[in-house]
Design a protein around this ligand. Structure first.
Ligand code: DX5
Ligand code: ZN
Length: 236
């Protein structure tokens, strides 16, 4: 079941969420432990169905195994069609945050409410080409908005800078409305662009290849945090 203790801790601070998609799956447990020790805040789990995105990855069984490997919150990103059919399976497996794509949801408010009713935090994700207005009316029902900075489906793709204005727009909207929402970004986030993305308004940073393809996870995560602070500082 979701790890409630971690849900409430340090809600306001920036978070690094390594995506296991770029980890060595033959040593998944060790990889997850390594990023936990290196200072990760969440573990990002990419679920793909070969329909919503052109790739297939993992299901609830792996989430259940991950739940036994780490005390960190599991940040589960569902890139699947008809996510409603799988909410219980992933939450029972131990997802703390369950994020669905607005493009895959016919009844978004209902889906987000169901996630929360079942004891997890609810996230809504938007593809790079999807405008905020498509999901805006549902943001008050969510705990997190995930702004994709690549088209979902694969790790190691290039960051799309055209998404930055959308992040700025979202940050202003949150200030204006007073919503208690985390703003997460996902795709192509690395040490050299994380500051700019932080400046635009993100506070949770998913990074797959940007962490797992480096040799020293602790050094990478520490540098990312420093760059985020610098980026946020420039805005002030
Ligand atoms: C893309 C996934 C991402 C991906 C990020 O579809 O949602 O979480 O793993 O990987 P990088 O950081 O390598 O772009
Ligand atoms: Zn993801």
């Amino acid at each position: 079941m979701p790890n409630k203790k971690y849900q409430m801790k340090n809600e306001k601070f920036i978070k690094i969420s390594p995506s296991i998609l770029s980890a060595d799956f033959s040593r998944l447990g060790e990889e997850v432990k390594a990023v936990e020790t290196a200072g990760a805040d969440y573990i990002h789990v990419d679920v793909m169905d070969g329909r919503f995105v052109p790739n297939i990855t993992i299901g609830p069984m792996i989430v259940e195994s991950l739940r036994r490997m780490t005390a960190l919150p599991l940040d589960v990103h569902l890139m699947i069609q008809n996510p409603d059919n799988f909410l219980s399976a992933f939450i029972d497996a131990g997802a703390d945050i369950l994020t669905v794509h607005v493009e895959a949801c016919v009844h978004l408010h209902r889906t987000l409410s169901e996630i929360k009713k079942r004891g997890a935090r609810a996230g809504v994700s938007l593809n790079p080409a999807t405008p905020l207005c498509l999901a805006e009316s549902a943001f008050e029902y969510a705990d997190l908005v995930l702004v994709m900075t690549v088209n979902p489906g694969f790790g190691g793709q290039g960051f799309i800078p055209g998404v930055l204005p959308k992040l700025e727009q979202l940050r202003s909207l949150i200030y204006q409305k007073g919503w208690n929402l985390e703003v997460e970004v996902d795709g192509g986030i690395k040490v050299d662009n994380i500051g700019e993305v932080a400046k635009a308004g993100a506070d949770v940073f998913v990074s797959g290849s940007g962490i797992f393809k480096t040799t020293d996870y602790r050094n990478t995560i520490t540098t990312m945090r420093e760059e985020v602070k610098k980026g946020k500082g420039r805005k002030a």
